[in-house]
Design a binder for this molecule. Structure first.
Ligand SMILES: [Zn+2]
Ligand SMILES: [Zn+2]
Length: 156
């Protein structure tokens, strides 16, 4: 298959993905809203071993659910948000995973999201892009809850 390449606005920071993504998620949490400057955002989840980061980057780490931490990488030149570590990946899949904001691929052929979380923060006028069963007001918090949702989506 052809390799998907994600990049920031100025183009000095790139991520080359050697394999298909495992999941496509929509997130409307307050942190993603502030990071992206828009009320909702879409992210492709890859196995970390399948992505190669090229270029200079800086990191920002914040607290996530259940005391976990989440680390973001961004371009120090243009500020673009390029990728983040999925904080529950080790506990669920036994390996690291990397989330990459969909817009960095600028590929209109990528399929619609598998799941949508934190819809409680989405503006009421915003259209739904996934069906009711794939839409959650918040996000699953414990590892067991996450596994349950992933199994229901056929992703575990
Ligand atoms: Zn840049
Ligand atoms: Zn979020």
């Amino acid at each position: 298959m052809t390799k998907e390449v994600a990049q920031c606005q100025c183009g000095q920071l790139q991520i080359v993905c050697a394999n298909n993504y495992l999941m496509h998620g929509q997130c409307s949490c307050e942190d993603c809203q502030r990071r992206t400057g828009t009320p909702t955002s879409f992210h492709l989840y890859y196995k970390a071993k399948d992505v190669e980061i090229k270029g200079e980057f800086k990191t920002f780490t914040r607290k996530a659910e259940e005391g976990r931490e989440i680390e973001f990488i961004f371009c120090p030149e243009c500020g673009g948000s390029l990728a983040f570590d999925i904080p529950w990946a080790d506990d669920v899949y036994g390996e690291k995973m990397t989330g990459i904001p969909l817009g960095n691929f600028t590929n209109p052929k990528i399929a619609a999201p598998d799941v949508s979380v934190w819809n409680c923060y989405l503006p009421t006028w915003f259209p739904n892009v996934v069906t009711e069963t794939r839409r959650m007001a918040e996000q699953p918090k414990t590892i067991d809850d996450i596994k349950l949702v992933l199994r229901s989506l056929g992703k575990l």
